[in-house]
Write a protein that binds this ligand. Structure first.
Ligand code: FRU
Length: 493
């Protein structure tokens, strides 16, 4: 029997036999979720940047589609977004169909009259996102900058008027720039934001969207997300966010810790979309049903991205997350829940109650692909947690040190770590408990763990490359004992 491709994820998107990075053009349209992405159609390392394409109706099963927008001799197609131009403001529609319009970064090559410049361009589709035509007036927004990229466009509705807003970055300046348009073709400068908080790398792939605070529609706030490479809290690629107000022109942050260039000693005080090493270029879907704000990220890190030991494909996407805004210690914070339930798919669950853990406690029910829900009460233990995708005491450790107020993912003994010197790591995040208990939801797949702690207030996403038969799960406690009131292992294969 043919062996399954090593590490190909069961519940995450990866392309068939090519390279991918950032998610692009995320939109829900006519009952289908569209995931476009930075893609090298001809290899499994970065290059020939084009928009690959996949579609799904449940955000879990993805069907790879033909390349949507291809690079040519003049330009690479860098990251960007797609809007449904329902009112045909752009004029790209037909008598019968309003167009989808892609706003992407033209990264101009040596043979172009704009060589070395990054500017924003359009392509449109009148068949629901499957085939695309480049606009003949490209680029539509050019600052003559070599690092102006990653436009995210959305429809802004004020009581008096509606228009298109673009957020993009001047990457080297750690600045998000905002523009306005009525037809997607002519853009007027509105304002800029940054530098602020983390500036240890270029700013890339921004997003701006409203969310009700604590579910209260009268308390609408705006969230500005911006990815950063390198300079994440555990090194390399990562994403941060700011919460504040947007008046149609200017975004004002109320969560800025440091204005201007970062204070390297205060990295852990900034707001991170994820504290793990492999959650980058996160961006949200336009037009998601029921007002949900759904985000997805590239599950990799530019530090070692082209060395990860997968073939012929390289890089998975994260699970899709629904984000909401909640008050934590008086501050507005993002809370994240993974989308994972698939209608009609069989699952089997092994459940435990009231376990006492002192040392390493092997558990039944380990599997290569699974969901683990666990609660801990610290007791006398200095550290407690789970070892997943294990082989006895070796495996990926997800540990909590309540005295230090920290959670970590330790992948130093997770399997193959030798392919790159910076891969093996123990990555930490601050973690508080208000009532003295800790809850973790962990998604395990063939090459990843995604940890949602305290109902998604802190998340850590990490690649791992365990042997296929390393599927054991153990609970552990060191320096004393801990109690596990409940633990459920659900196989998702
Ligand atoms: C982020 C990024 C973007 C750029 C794209 C190129 O990972 O560097 O800024 O548009 O990748 O592939």
């Amino acid at each position: 029997a043919p062996t399954r491709e090593a590490f190909r994820p069961a519940m995450h998107y990866a392309s068939k036999d090519t390279w991918l990075n950032d998610p692009n053009g995320l939109i829900f349209h006519d009952g289908t979720y569209h995931l476009y992405y930075q893609n090298n159609p001809f290899g499994n390392v970065w290059g020939n940047m084009s928009w690959g394409h996949a579609t799904s109706t449940d955000l879990l099963d993805w069907t790879e589609q033909p390349v949507a927008i291809a690079c040519d001799e003049v330009e690479d197609i860098f990251s960007g977004s797609i809007v449904h131009d329902a009112g045909n403001t752009s004029g790209f529609g037909t008598e019968y169909t309003s167009p989808l319009v892609a706003v992407y970064t033209s990264a101009y090559k040596g043979s172009s009259q704009h060589a070395g410049i990054q500017a924003q361009s359009l392509a449109f589709s009148t068949d629901g996102g499957y085939t695309w035509t480049k606009h003949d007036g490209n680029p539509v927004l050019n600052r003559n900058s070599p690092e102006f990229r990653d436009p995210k466009v959305f429809r802004y509705n004020s009581p008096n008027e509606a228009y298109w807003v673009m957020v993009a970055v001047e990457a080297q300046d750690h600045t998000v720039v905002l523009y306005r348009s009525h037809d997607l073709k002519t853009w007027d400068y509105l304002s800029s934001f940054g530098p602020a908080n983390a500036t240890g790398g270029v700013w890339e792939c921004p997003d701006l969207f409203p969310l009700p605070l604590d579910g209260n529609e009268d308390q609408l706030k705006w969230v500005l997300t911006v990815n950063l490479n390198p300079g994440g809290p555990n090194s390399g690629s990562s994403g941060q966010y700011f919460v504040g107000h947007f008046d149609g022109v200017t975004f004002t942050s109320e969560t800025t810790v440091t204005d201007g260039m970062q204070d390297p000693l205060r990295l852990s005080e900034y707001q991170w979309l994820d504290w793990g090493r492999d959650y980058y270029a996160a961006v949200s879907f336009n037009d998601a049903p029921d007002g949900r704000r759904l985000m997805i990220a590239w599950m990799n890190n530019w530090q070692y991205s082209s060395a990860i030991p997968t073939s012929p494909w390289r890089s998975p996407m994260s699970l899709v997350r629904e984000v909401s805004l909640v008050t934590v210690n008086g501050q507005p914070r993002l809370s994240q829940v993974a989308v994972w339930e698939k209608e009609g798919s069989p699952t089997s669950t092994v459940a435990y109650e009231e376990l006492d853990v002192d040392g390493i406690l092997p558990l039944d029910g380990g599997a290569a692909v699974q969901l683990i829900d666990v609660r801990f009460v610290p007791g006398s233990a200095e550290e407690f947690g789970l070892i997943v995708r294990g082989n006895g005491a070796k495996g990926t450790r997800i540990g909590i040190r309540p005295g230090d107020g920290l959670i970590h993912v330790d992948r130093t003994a997770s399997g193959n770590t030798a392919f790159h010197e910076s891969f093996a790591s123990m990555d930490t995040a601050p973690l508080q408990s208000e009532d003295g208990t800790y809850s973790l939801r962990i998604f395990v797949d063939h090459c990843s763990v995604e940890v949602f702690a305290q109902d998604g207030q802190v998340t850590l996403t990490e690649l791992i490359f365990p042997a296929p038969d390393s599927v054991s799960v153990s609970a552990y406690a060191t320096g004393g004992s801990a109690t596990v009131p409940s633990l459920e292992l659900t196989s998702l294969a």
